[in-house]
Design a protein around this ligand. Structure first.
Ligand code: FAD
Length: 479
């Protein structure tokens, strides 16, 4: 088997996994009315190749078998591979109305990061195991998510620090057996884990020698005994206060994933105690995943620009000088993001045969997007006006005795139907809701995580710039 259809993807989720939602054990995630919405969001990745014009992005030929396979599991070897990968993420996210499907992108980032780490370690065992596991993903076209963020406890303390309230705040090995390892701990905020087939588990920070039992990378099926997921409720429907909308709601859920003495066979273990290599794994994944994050923020930013322009026109203010300035700022925001994202792929380097994007440009792109996001939301809220939070509801619109007044008094520019203005305000409220603010800030690492990488990368730039001006100023060598 090579490519799966969306229905085959769904069918493979009926596997007895342990998922809890709103205090209930969910027997079948594809049938629960809330979680099904998320399943459908992930299924977009499986539908993408059916869109003829996108097939070349989604599908490549397996170099070994010649069979069609997902591009996601094709390890990038040069800048063009990275760019096509990026275009695939952008296309998938556009298909999902601004929501990344998440079936394979984050798993593909881990796959590459583990391959780099195994090669750098020079461990033929690990190279063979990740090679075989990558083949398994490719040939079965599985959805695989990444469980990286540990629950962490006291953030300032290392995993094994005796000051931590217990030793399970980070996932670690509790037993090594002839056939594999047993792991315990918990990961949090894991997107899509409730409706993926497989889960990669890797450390979220570099480990020292004292923490070597936490220097661990492995993969488990999501129904592995002992893996328990608890989901947070989320909005899976258009609010009844809003105009009805037949486009599918796109949403993901994040899981608290508990590993309750879970057995992992050796062939699925990709790091076990080699603490010196945790640095390579953590930083490779962070870089690759931040590039993925940047790519799916492009369609999201396009939507921000779109609603700003639309509501400015509907309100009749699109040509006012301060509005033109604000709309131009939004275009600068979007085009800077796109330019940095593209440049990060073209300015790639090869890490043990795997093409990785420029760390500086990738982190600048993610930082730019997250840091200026609230400025963009502020512009939209300003252009929309107070009606954004005070507009009458759809229930009122439906009343014959109210609708003529609403149509007459909540209109904007002549020629634009009042319904268009009210529908756009609904969309703006959905796009700028506070949950998205947190995703923007924390997804792929907090702002400080990007600052740290930018500063690390900047050391050479700062020294080169200093040397340049010292030469111009003819500073004596010993200064
Ligand atoms: C919607 C969403 C989806 C996500 N999806 C995934 C996913 O699929 N897989 C996954 O693995 N993760 C996922 N994440 C996790 C995301 O990567 C983390 O939220 C992010 O890395 C921050 O970690 P945290 O939430 O534990 O924040 P915290 O670590 O609690 O950080 C809070 C603050 O403390 C600061 N801080 C933390 N530690 C230190 C320290 N040692 N010294 C000084 N300051 C510190 C941070 O800079 C930040 O300002 C997701 C997050 C969100 C919000």
């Amino acid at each position: 088997m090579a490519l799966m259809t969306a229905d085959e993807y769904r069918e493979r989720l009926r596997d007895g996994r342990e998922v809890w939602y709103k205090g209930r054990r969910i027997e079948d995630v594809t049938l629960d009315p809330d979680i099904r919405v998320c399943v459908d969001t992930m299924a977009v990745d499986y539908e993408l190749p059916e869109h003829g014009e996108l097939r070349h992005l989604g599908v490549v030929r397996d170099p070994e078998t010649g069979e069609e396979q997902s591009r996601y599991y094709h390890i990038p070897r040069n800048g063009d591979d990275l760019l096509l990968h990026q275009e695939l993420i952008v296309a998938g996210t556009r298909l999902g109305d601004g929501f990344i499907p998440f079936a394979k992108d984050i798993g593909a980032d881990v796959l590459s990061a583990i391959e780099i780490t195994a090669r750098r370690l020079g461990s033929q065992d690990y190279i063979d195991r990740i090679g075989a596991y990558g083949r398994y993903l490719r040939q079965n076209d599985l959805a695989v998510v990444a469980a990286v963020t540990d629950v962490k406890g006291d953030r300032m303390l290392r995993p094994s620090d005796p000051g931590q309230a217990h030793e399970d705040y980070y996932v670690h090995v509790v037993e090594r057996r002839p056939d594999g390892i047993v792991v315990r701990g918990a990961k949090t905020h894991i997107s899509g884990a409730a409706y993926a087939h497989e889960m990669f588990v890797i450390p979220c920070r570099t480990m020292g020698e004292a923490d070597k039992d936490y220097a661990l990378a492995f993969a488990v099926p999501c129904n592995q005994p002992g893996v328990r997921q608890i989901l947070r409720p989320f909005h899976s429907r258009i609010s009844s206060l809003e105009f009805p909308n037949t486009r599918p709601v796109r949403v993901h859920t994040e899981s608290l994933v508990i590993f309750d003495d879970v057995f992992v066979p050796w062939e699925r273990v990709f790091l076990d105690g080699e603490w010196q290599a945790s640095n390579t794994l953590v930083h490779s994944f962070a870089l690759l995943h931040r590039r993925t994050g940047v790519a799916y923020r492009i369609p999201m930013s396009e939507q921000l620009v779109g609603v700003a322009q639309a509501i400015a026109e509907y309100n009749g203010v699109a040509k006012a000088p301060h509005v033109v300035e604000k709309l131009t700022d939004m275009v600068i925001y979007l085009e800077t993001l796109k330019g940095l994202a593209r440049a990060s792929c073209l300015d790639y380097t090869l890490h043990d045969g795997v093409a990785v994007p420029s760390p500086m440009l990738t982190n600048l792109a993610k930082f730019h997007f997250a840091d200026r996001y609230h400025d963009m939301v502020k512009i939209i809220e300003d252009l929309a006006g107070g009606v954004l939070v005070t507009a009458t509801t759809y229930a009122d619109w439906q009343r014959d005795e109210l609708r003529p007044d609403i149509e007459k008094y909540l209109g904007g520019k002549a020629g634009i139907p009042t319904e268009a203005r009210l529908r756009m305000l609904d969309l703006i409220r959905r796009l700028t809701r506070s949950e998205l603010e947190t995703i923007v800030l924390q997804g792929e690492g907090s702002l400080m995580a990007q600052r740290m990488t930018i500063f690390f990368e900047a050391r050479r730039i700062l020294q080169n710039a200093k040397a340049l001006v010292e030469e111009i100023a003819q500073v004596p060598r010993e200064a």
